[in-house]
Write a protein that binds this ligand. Structure first.
Ligand SMILES: Nc1ncnc2c1ncn2[C@@H]1O[C@H](COP(=O)(O)OP(=O)(O)OP(=O)(O)O)[C@@H](O)[C@H]1O
Ligand SMILES: [Mg+2]
Length: 337
């Protein structure tokens, strides 16, 4: 375990390591475009591919699909793979972008036949938009209301066949009725094993034209928060470090780079440590309410809950209880170094 250096707030050396969505240029460059390159998540891959193959045999479109899981674990990548495998156009949008009924109507009525409609952050759809979406998902039509008052009437507009692929980091925020429209096509993506991360890093290194020794790949894998996006971003940072210092990739160099970035042997960042330290120092190890904790850290409660905490929970350093967040014995041990 690396030594624990107390950090207070966001100093100039504060590293906001990309556990968060972002780094889209790198995402696009390294995004697998074939199933064989999509590492891990075996069961999900097998299930999705079966429903695609069955649909192709029938000459139709597969059932609607929902992917959920932490940021950077491959949800968007899967949506792209679904469209590619079907040979379908992909129309990407987001729950935030569909504000009004007319936004959704415009999207749906302009779909080319057999499109994969990808709605990212699908939990952000309003109740009103969801209701409009239901008939489109169930029976392929849109209910349009013409006129106002007593003379108003509903017209059914038939839509071209399409498959909705929804993605979210917040499955709990998706309404029951919307969730039920995905039926059996709901998949939870999990964090990745070190072995899978090694494969992902090795592939990315090749694509970036890097000679990465196995021990360097291993070093990066265990510091990647069990997340492919973080693995790729960390690899790229280590590469930059090696270029700037004109030194070949080695474990010693990767270690120095991680030290400089504030990433420890567990993949925890300064922000993670600040969270754990705050929980211990200001809340005596908890239970601490999320809002109180967020205020103390000057962070957004959403970011804390959906970006930082999932990995801290996975490592068993904290627990979420009904009365708040609690530092576990393992968490205390970690802080003691
Ligand atoms: N299973 C995988 N195999 C190989 N690379 C992967 C895999 N999953 C993700 N990646 C890599 O990680 C990057 C981020 O993945 P992606 O954008 O699909 O994550 P996401 O789950 O949609 O994240 P977010 O919740 O932030 O939208 C991809 O561009 C790809 O390079
Ligand atoms: Mg995504």
């Amino acid at each position: 375990m690396s030594t624990l250096r107390p950090s207070s707030g966001r100093g100039p050396s504060q590293v906001n390591f990309p556990a968060e969505p972002g780094n889209h240029v790198l995402d696009a460059a390294l995004r697998p475009s074939e199933w064989d390159d999509y590492v891990g998540q075996k069961q999900i891959k097998a299930n999705v591919r079966i429903s695609i193959d069955a649909a192709k045999k029938r000459g139709g479109m597969p059932e609607h699909i929902l992917f959920y899981g932490p940021p950077g674990v491959g949800k968007t990548t899967l949506a792209h793979l679904v469209a590619t495998t079907l040979g379908s156009p992909l129309k990407s949008t987001s729950g935030v972008a569909i504000e009004r009924a007319s936004d959704l109507a415009a999207i749906l009525t302009n779909l080319e036949p057999s499109t994969v409609l990808f709605i990212d952050e699908i939990h952000r759809l309003s109740h009103k938009i969801e209701e409009l979406l239901y008939p489109a998902l169930e029976s392929g039509h849109l209910d349009i209301i013409l006129g106002k008052g007593p003379s108003a009437r509903t017209v059914e507009l038939a839509l071209p066949p399409f498959t909705l692929v929804g993605a979210t980091t917040r499955a709990a925020e998706i309404s029951g009725p919307l969730r039920s429209r995905f039926g059996g096509g709901t998949y939870q993506l999990d964090f990745y094993s070190d072995e899978d991360l090694r494969d992902i890093i090795a592939r990315s290194a090749k694509l970036l034209g890097l000679e990465a020794p196995a021990d360097v790949i291993e070093h990066i894998a265990v510091r990647s928060r069990a997340t492919p996006r973080v693995a790729n971003a960390l690899l790229k940072r280590v590469r930059d470090f090696s270029e700037v210092h004109e030194r070949p990739l080695s474990v010693a160099l990767a270690d120095e780079a991680c030290e400089l970035f504030g990433i420890d042997a567990f993949g925890l960042t300064k922000d993670d440590r600040r969270y754990l330290e705050m929980l211990l120092a200001s809340f005596r190890g908890g239970p601490a309410g999320i809002n109180a904790l967020a205020a103390a850290l000057h962070e957004d409660p959403d970011t804390i809950e959906h970006v930082y905490e999932p990995f801290l929970l996975r490592l068993g350093l904290i627990e979420r209880t009904s009365s708040g967040r609690v530092l576990t014995a393992k968490g205390r041990e970690y802080l003691q170094g």
